[in-house]
Design a protein around this ligand. Structure first.
Ligand SMILES: *Cc1c(COP(=O)(O)O)cnc(C)c1O
Length: 355
């Protein structure tokens, strides 16, 4: 097998998860609308498996490695991971990240469901010190919305040396930038809602792992907690993956162009961009109200939450009460889409006049 030439992402984005090639075969997997299957073989019941999920899971595994399970949302996927940890288990996690995860972890910590040790993931020493006796390290890198970077290589290696499980939320970077399983992580998670599906029309999550025993536990969590994806949503997400590589490359090149313009604009005081990807967070010269006016003034960029779609979106993150107070009041998170970069900059430059 090792001599087999590995295909490139833009190829397997298109070839993976297809029905078996034979005379008369359908090109695309069907939308399997079945709550049950005849006895005597594989799937059994609709909460246990579905051929449309399976096709999507095969495609995600091509990108991330391992075996993949899809869920009804990114939060459902993350919840499945936390659900298999023992009551009161110590979990090390970033003190700043996706607000839904932060909210869930804070409530788990308060109720005693987990003992969460919140750390600054940019500080290797702080993370490694917190690992002692922990059951799991949960990382998100870059973080949403501050775009902080965790040194995955160092932190995963340190945790594995201590026999601690590692999960990585790879939603922002995507497997085109980093592959946590290849770095030794046990689980890589996606909000498939974002870049993988890519059209702001579906919610879904995924977990991939190389460990068959862990896969089984997570599969049982999906079966019995019941947060399964819909077959139509799975079909849409797989359709989205066909163009994932070209969408991401276009959005990333747009983002790099916009970052250069922003750095030269006196109305912007700070630009956060990790050097890759399609997410930019920036602070304007002005307060929260001024940032709200900027977001409301655009005509191409939509003033909305979420990210990773072909359409550019932006919002002031602190408009959400659950957003971390580490995030500046005037920070605008921009998800760069696949429109023309000049049109996007014109829209931003005009909107900044609203400060
Ligand atoms: C959106 C998001 C999630 C949650 O995913 P949903 O599909 O909205 O449930 C988790 N992590 C990150 C980094 C996200 O951006």
């Amino acid at each position: 097998m090792s001599s087999e030439k590995k295909l490139h992402p833009e190829t397997y984005a298109i070839t993976s998860g297809r029905p078996k090639s034979e005379a008369g075969a359908s090109l695309n997997v069907g939308i399997s609308l079945n709550s049950t299957f005849e006895a005597g073989s594989g799937l059994g019941y609709g909460r246990y498996g579905n051929e449309t999920w399976k096709a999507l899971e095969i495609a995600i595994s091509e990108f991330e490695g391992g075996e993949t399970l899809t869920f009804s949302s990114g939060m459902a996927a993350i919840s499945a991971v936390f659900s298999i940890l023992p009551i009161g288990a110590p979990l090390v996690a970033s003190n700043q990240g996706y607000s839904g995860v932060m909210t869930l972890l804070k409530s788990f910590h308060e109720s005693g469901r987990l003992e969460v040790r919140f750390v600054d993931v940019t500080d290797n020493q702080e993370v490694i010190s917190a690992l002692k006796g922990a059951a799991m390290l949960w990382l998100e890198s870059p973080t949403n919305p501050c775009l902080d970077i965790a040194n995955l290589q160092t932190l995963i290696a340190a945790a594995k040396k201590m026999n601690i499980g590692v999960g990585v939320d790879n939603t922002f970077a995507t497997p085109l930038v980093q592959k946590p399983l290849a770095l030794g992580a046990d689980i890589v998670m996606h909000s498939v809602t974002k870049f993988l599906a890519g059209h702001s029309d579906v919610l879904m999550g995924s977990l991939s792992t190389n460990d068959p025993a862990l896969y089984k536990r997570l599969e049982d969590a999906r079966k019995f907690n019941g947060a399964i994806p819909g077959p139509f949503e799975a079909w849409l997400a797989l359709r989205g993956i066909r163009t994932f590589v070209m969408r991401f490359e276009k959005a990333q090149s747009n983002a790099k162009y916009l970052v250069e313009q922003m750095k030269n604009d006196k109305r912007i005081s700070r630009v956060r961009y990790p050097g890759f990807g399609a997410m930019i967070s920036f602070e304007i010269v002005g307060d929260a109200q001024a940032a709200e006016r900027v977001c409301a003034a655009s005509s191409i960029i939509t003033h909305a939450t979420s990210l990773g779609g072909v359409e550019s979106l932006w919002e002031r993150r602190r408009r959400w009460e659950i957003e971390s107070h580490v995030v500046p009041e005037n920070l605008i998170r921009l998800s760069v889409g696949c429109e023309n970069s000049g049109d996007l900059w014109d829209d931003i430059a005009k909107s900044l006049d609203a400060i």
